[in-house]
Design a binder for this molecule. Structure first.
Ligand code: KG4
Ligand code: ZN
Length: 380
């Protein structure tokens, strides 16, 4: 059994993993706090992580205990810090390892989860696994929603790695857009990434031009559902380039000029919906075409996708259609595991533990700029 922590950006999350089963995965999102500023404010994120980590951990332990059918001994989960001497809700001695995201991410934010995980591992004399956030994303599509046991029927997730097959993985969120060739468990090669804005950032910036609240991606997606994706023709950057890199800042700029020249569009809700659908279509076309092309080139039979933008309806549908057309199996991360969470951190750490990967030194520094190296074994 593993305890995992994630605090790299604006989600504080703690999960308990046992044999590929996500016993608990509690996520406290700071989206509302940062919305006022139109983006993540690092100092506020750090303060919130500090404030939320213990309540989130306590809830995660409580839920895990219930999932295991262990009678409560630590009292109800309350959003208060655990006091010294309070019996914990899950016997901490049962953990085989502690994992936390070590990078990349906001330096101070990373430190909260990583240092807490390292201290816990040190105190419990258990191995510590410092996890690469993007590498963790590669593992979330393998966790499928599964009903919990009869005594705790809340839906949970279970990752079946016996079904693992080499895949091309699209990681697409507000901070990152990348294609990764996952050749085997714990063995991956970075194929390409964005040279400027991430796809989620493009969604958010276009949404801001339309006056939608931060983060605008989900709202733009909802408006796009009722619009015509062929109404306006926006560029599909790097679509025809045979490499696996992306670029989305030009698309955002072309929307800005388009609105500068035709500001009256903003007064017509139908045209705004068409605009949303057209922009979404441009972004999704690029993501889907390049992902499928990479999979075909590498001869893999499986495509996976994760990250916040994987919640996008058109992306999910078009990836499914393109994969079906090309005979590829598609594994999309369950929507609840698309955005940042500790479950994926714990799932990867458990694979490392099972494969005998040496643990991370308990005093390892956080790595805010840690790159998912091209053509290397699993990040250590
Ligand atoms: O994985 P995530 O929480 O990571 C970051 O913090 O980067 O992803 C958040 C990003 C935001 O840019 C958000 O607008 C985008 O994912 N997003 C969406 C949708 N849901 C979330 N973008 C387009 N359509 C959606 N349905
Ligand atoms: Zn992420």
């Amino acid at each position: 059994m593993l305890l995992a922590l994630e605090s790299s950006c604006d989600e504080t999350s703690v999960a308990v993993i046992h044999d590929g089963r996500v016993l608990s995965n509690v996520v406290s999102s700071q989206i509302k706090l940062h919305a006022e500023y139109g983006g993540v404010v690092p100092e506020l994120a750090t303060r919130e992580h500090l404030r939320n980590l213990l309540p989130v951990a306590r809830e995660a332990l409580h839920v895990a205990r219930k999932a295991l059918g262990v009678p409560p001994s630590g009292g109800p989960a309350t959003p208060e810090p655990v006091e010294a001497g309070t019996p914990s809700a899950t016997p901490l001695d049962h953990f085989d390892a502690i994992a936390a995201t070590l990078g990349p991410g906001l330096p101070q934010a990373l430190m909260i989860g990583a240092r807490a995980g390292q201290a816990l591992a040190f105190a419990l004399r258990k191995p510590f696994y410092g996890i690469h956030h993007h590498e963790a994303h590669l593992y979330s599509p393998w966790a499928a929603a599964a009903p919990g046991p009869a005594h705790a029927p809340r839906a949970t997730h279970h990752a079946d790695f016996s079904a693992f097959q080499p895949n091309v993985s699209l990681i697409v969120s507000g901070g990152h857009t990348m294609l990764v060739f996952v050749e085997a468990e714990l063995k991956h090669h970075l194929l390409g990434g964005t040279v400027d804005d991430a796809a989620g950032e493009c969604f958010d910036k276009v949404a801001k031009l339309l006056g939608l609240p931060y983060p605008g991606g989900p709202e733009l997606d909802a408006l796009a559902e009722q619009g015509d994706p062929r109404a306006f023709d926006f560029p599909r950057p790097m679509l025809r380039d045979l490499h696996d890199d992306f670029s989305f800042s030009g698309l955002k700029t072309s929307v800005r000029y388009f609105l500068r020249d035709q500001p009256f569009i903003l007064d017509d809700p139908d045209r705004v919906r068409d605009l949303c659908a057209s922009v979404r279509s441009a972004i999704v076309d690029v993501l889907v075409t390049k992902t499928v092309r990479a999979a075909k080139r590498l001869g893999v039979k499986c495509v996976t996708a994760s990250g916040g933008v994987t919640c996008n309806r058109a992306l999910r549908q078009q990836l499914a259609a393109a994969c079906a057309q090309h005979g590829l199996t598609l594994r999309l991360a369950d929507k609840s595991l698309c955005t940042d969470n500790a479950a994926m951190v714990g799932l990867l750490a458990e694979r490392k533990l099972l494969h005998g990967t040496p643990p991370t030194p308990p005093d390892a520094e956080v790595r805010p700029s840690w790159r998912l190296a091209a053509g290397t074994e699993s990040a250590r």
